[in-house]
Design a protein around this ligand. Structure first.
Ligand code: MG
Length: 291
């Protein structure tokens, strides 16, 4: 039997009493030293707000770890851009990007890849409302650090909505912060991570949120993400902006929406870990038959 650590009410003790065991002893007996050690080593927070409608805290280390799926060797890795796509990074040219001050980024470009550097993230000069985005990334090798310090970067859509980039290959952190998580909201459906140093792909379909003229949210931001050929989000509706990446939603506070135009930029996060990127392209979602 698996005890749900979230059950805290009298019913929990009653259930244990009915089983004829002492609560503390039961928990100890059913937690092997190894499992306990792993559990204790997962970074996260239990003093954060509860996620609406969920039995988990924001960035909760006790939230179940997604199942591990070994991804195919290749999927869209190295995929050339379709004819109606805009190539954002071809391995050499960073002219489609700027830093937070509108200047040319100083991140290192060599051997066909871009490596995140200090001084804040970079973002595209262009913006798109609803789009298909292809990104390839690799976590640092040898792996360094643990939890959120292990190959942390992120795809920061409009600097508001993060698809997490992290080394989650045989490495644990709070599940709403692991690779492919919609940071602070939902873990990926499964963990399809590749080892650090190997190129990984994100194919992201994003629909921008919309507000009416009265300023009411009429359509939430929506995302589908394929990680290394494996669907890890299917039309997930954002609860709002990600915590910790914009002024509007401070870290460890619940996601919320802040109105903005539908056209959004693509950001790459600087989290002081040297994550590599290559082959980035974007194409607007089609509007066939739109009057
Ligand atoms: Mg991140």
């Amino acid at each position: 039997m698996k005890l749900n650590p979230k059950l805290r009410g009298p019913g929990w003790f009653l259930a244990l009493a009915l089983m004829g065991v002492a609560a503390g002893a039961s928990v100890e007996a059913q937690t092997t030293p190894k499992a306990q050690e792993q559990s204790e080593s997962i970074d996260g927070f239990r003093d954060t707000p509860m996620l609406p409608g969920k039995p988990w805290h924001l960035h909760d280390p006790d939230r179940p770890q997604p199942r591990v799926v070994t991804p195919p060797t290749t999927f869209s890795q190295g995929a050339p851009a379709p004819s109606d796509a805009e190539v954002l990074f071809d391995g050499r040219d960073l002219s489609k990007w700027q830093n937070g001050r509108g200047e040319a980024p100083h991140w290192k470009v060599q051997d066909g890849y871009l490596e995140t550097g200090r001084g804040g993230g970079i973002r595209t000069r262009g913006a798109w409302a609803d789009f298909q985005l292809h990104v390839e990334w690799a976590a640092p090798l040898p792996a360094q650090g643990s939890g959120q310090g292990r190959g942390n970067s992120g795809i920061l859509i409009n600097g508001m909505y993060e698809v997490q980039v992290l080394d989650s290959f045989r490495a644990k952190t709070y599940p709403d912060g692991q690779a492919g998580a919609i940071y602070g909201q939902v873990p990926p459906l499964v963990n399809a991570s590749k080892p650090p140093g190997e190129w990984q792909t994100y194919d992201i379909l994003f629909e921008s949120p919309r507000w009416n003229e009265a300023g009411e949210l009429i359509k939430k931001a929506c995302v589908t993400v394929i990680h290394n050929g494996v669907v890890i989000h299917h039309r997930y509706e954002f609860a709002g902006g990600t915590d910790g990446i914009s002024r509007e939603v401070p870290w460890k506070t619940l996601a919320k929406y802040t109105p903005h135009p539908p056209e959004v930029f693509i950001g790459l996060q600087d989290h002081n870990n040297p994550v590599r990127y290559r082959n980035v392209w974007i194409r607007p979602l089609g509007e066939y038959d739109k009057p």
